[in-house]
Design a protein around this ligand. Structure first.
Ligand code: SF4
Length: 455
């Protein structure tokens, strides 16, 4: 995706709580990345302590929260259009309260209040832990200061899944990539103490969670009494089953971290390593801090230690000043690296970032054409990588029914590939060995094998 967060980007999800007797109900629209999805889980956890239950729809809610994303223009526009619709709802139900959270709230507080007087509360991503105070207090208020105290960040989350959990290990970012708004909205890097991360994951393991994904804008720069590879080692001993992490900055991906992923049994062999461009000139304009050759060297090290690892990346098409040659360098890089998957987006300027002031804007039709080519080449690479898995034995963690065919079960390999198998009644959270029968673009078809390895 546009910045360093991986896995299928969630444009908009809906998290709510069921109405229950006389309790109040909250409905959250979540835009953007996993960081926001987990912030919504935290807000639900806090609000449940304030007596809120989950509403099935915005119409059923006493409190509607828009948890916004400022990374790309499209997500921001979508939020404003949803917010406009909430105005009609508020006209019908005067008591309903509307809150705006997330990065747009942080960045555009005055604009939101001016454009949408029906908004009651504004809360920035650094103040998520204070949502309870906000809704219990004044009618119209805003909290967008950086007042993060580490202890207050250890809030109970109301999680969406019973087997997979997000766990924040750090907040904010110090990198100031020239296109990215995150350091301005989420603030500078702060690492959570290892003891509180370990306590949270130990409790998750006891509750039966089978997978944790450690979250941070740049987990490689995690620093407390432990560095990130040491933190992985500590978590690996807790028995949660599978450990993943997002996101890694290529400059900070150390040999120690690659070794930790290769050697620790619980850490899954999947690394999301945003490349953004294959052109050194553009990487420098982006302030990414690595060249393409340095990036490639990291990929080689990963594949030397873990030939089976899944490697994914983010790519930006049409960054200011990007020439046809720069774009071709990116396309060449996709062919050379052969990623398992990418999240690619057209560049969109974000107010307040350096890139927004740069000359040489690429016209929209050209950006679209470049993005289309990037996606087309990557489809070829993804299919090739998936086909290489045909006939192999993989261990998958069952997540539930397949979204495209509910008669099938869906699980993920350690390298984060989606696999569907016939439903033989395995529960969510079961680990099943499968033989990959057929590769598709977005998933693999598998057949379970018994313990002797026979289908
Ligand atoms: S500034 Fe930080 S969050 Fe934004 S793209 Fe760069 S590393 Fe990622």
């Amino acid at each position: 995706m546009f910045f360093d967060l991986p896995l299928p980007e969630i444009e908009e999800t809906e998290i709510g709580m069921l109405h229950f007797m006389m309790s109040r109900a909250v409905f959250i629209y979540t835009f953007g990345c996993q960081m926001n999805v987990h912030d919504s889980e935290k807000m639900l956890g806090i609000l449940s302590q304030e007596g809120y239950e989950r509403a099935e729809s915005a119409e059923d809610a006493d409190l509607i929260i828009f948890n916004t994303c400022a990374i790309r223009e499209k997500a921001e526009q979508k939020f404003y259009s949803q917010l406009g619709r909430a105005k009609a709802l508020k006209r019908k139900q005067r008591d309903v309260k509307i809150a705006v959270a997330g990065c747009v709230a942080q960045e555009s507080k005055a604009k939101i209040f001016a454009r949408a007087p029906h908004v009651d509360f504004i809360i920035g991503p650094q103040n998520v832990h204070m949502i309870g105070d906000l809704v219990a207090g004044r009618n119209r208020a805003s909290l967008t200061d950086d007042n993060r105290e580490l202890a207050s960040l250890d809030v109970a989350s109301s999680r969406q899944s019973r087997i997979k959990a997000w766990v924040s290990v750090m907040y904010g970012c110090n990198n100031f990539c020239s296109y990215c708004i995150v350091p301005y909205t989420r603030g500078r890097e702060v690492s959570r103490p290892s003891s509180s991360i370990v306590a949270e994951i130990r409790a998750l393991a006891e509750e039966g969670y089978r997978e944790v994904t450690l979250l941070g804008q740049n987990v490689n720069s995690y620093r407390s009494d432990l560095d990130f590879p040491q933190l992985l080692g500590r978590i690996d001993s807790l028995g949660v089953g599978r450990i993943r992490f997002v996101t890694s900055h290529p400059r900070d991906l150390s040999d120690e971290l690659i070794s930790a992923v290769a050697e620790l049994p619980g850490v899954c062999e999947h690394i999301h390593l945003p490349i953004q461009s294959g052109s050194d000139r553009i990487l420098s304009l982006m302030n990414r801090g690595y060249s393409y050759a340095q990036y490639l060297r990291k990929i080689e090290k990963i594949r030397q230690k873990m030939p089976e690892a899944g490697i994914t990346a983010d790519v930006i098409a049409g960054f200011p000043g990007e020439t046809a040659q720069d774009h071709e360098a990116t396309v060449r890089a996709l062919r050379e690296v052969e990623f398992d998957g990418i999240f690619a987006f057209q560049y969109s300027p974000r107010r307040g970032t350096k890139a927004a002031e740069m000359e040489g804007r690429v016209p929209d039709p050209e950006k679209s054409a470049r993005l289309a080519e990037i996606l087309k080449v990557q489809e070829e690479m993804t299919l090739r990588r998936n086909r290489a898995l045909e006939g192999t034995i993989q261990e998958i963690l069952i997540e539930g029914p397949s979204e495209t065919d509910s008669s099938l079960l869906m699980g993920r390999t350690r390298s984060n590939k989606i696999v569907t198998i016939e439903d033989a009644g395995e529960a969510e959270g079961s680990v099943v060995s499968v033989r990959i029968e057929r590769a598709r673009l977005h998933s693999l078809a598998g057949a379970r094998i018994d313990c002797e390895g026979l289908v």
